[in-house]
Design a protein around this ligand. Sequence first.
Ligand code: MF3
Ligand code: CO
Length: 278
Amino acid sequence: MFRRKDRIEIKTPAQIEIMRAAGLVVGHTLEALRQAVEPGVTTGQLDEIARDSLATHGASSSFLGYYGYPAVICASVNDEIVHGIPGNRVLNDGDQISIDFGAIIDGWNGDAAITVSVGSVVPEFEELSRVTQASMWAGLASAVVGGVLNDIGTAVEATIRSAPAGASYGIVQEYVGHGIGSKMHMEPNVPNYAVKGKTPSLVDGMALAIEPMVCAGSANNRTLDDEWTVVTVDGSRACHWEHTVALTADGPWVLTAIDGGAEQFAALGVRSPASSRS
Ligand code: MF3
Ligand code: CO
């Protein structure tokens, strides 16, 4: 009873095209934000850049007003895992900032996140970000019609654990990826780890946000008094990478990547419609 609401939303090709438009707004905006990050910049200034970009592209924010969220980006610095609220915080040399951003075009959402180094970051933490990003790409590469949802979390987890320091990294359990489309957060949950039991089949027309959050130490976390910012309990650094991917008969299409994932999928030997289209 009432299960229809909980079903996974399947998009038509035309709806995927609109999601691509939203995804490109996200991709281009995150690229502008990446270039704007430097010592002395505040997280609030980054939010302003993202607001301007939404206006320029005629898009609206997936985040602003979402359960009362007050900004268009999440800006999570160092031991902040996710959902940091932008404001007066000044970025310093050696920091890492995860910037999460979502845009809506004609009611369809795109959602992605990047982790950016501020000035020069110690190799240990550059590696944490590299591994987190690689685990996201392994998950995106597993978003293949004919597979099952658990293929994604299995690939994400395996990539993290097989990294040189991966055995000691913490994989956040409480926050996971998600279905996305006419809403930002939809069924199904997309864990960043393998789960037991049967999981949904991956079918043509699904869209998923895959977003590993990986900590240099323990993944135990708590939420600050602002009721949003999630930090590691042990103070260890965390990185967060995210893309929105559409599952098509021709393979995964990364809607929030400017090249659709073409370069990464070519390197991974994954068939994708991104290579033959914009
Ligand atoms: N984009 C985040 C996610 O990846 C959610 C942000 S919460 C919000 O799922 F309140 F900021 F919107
Ligand atoms: Co998301």
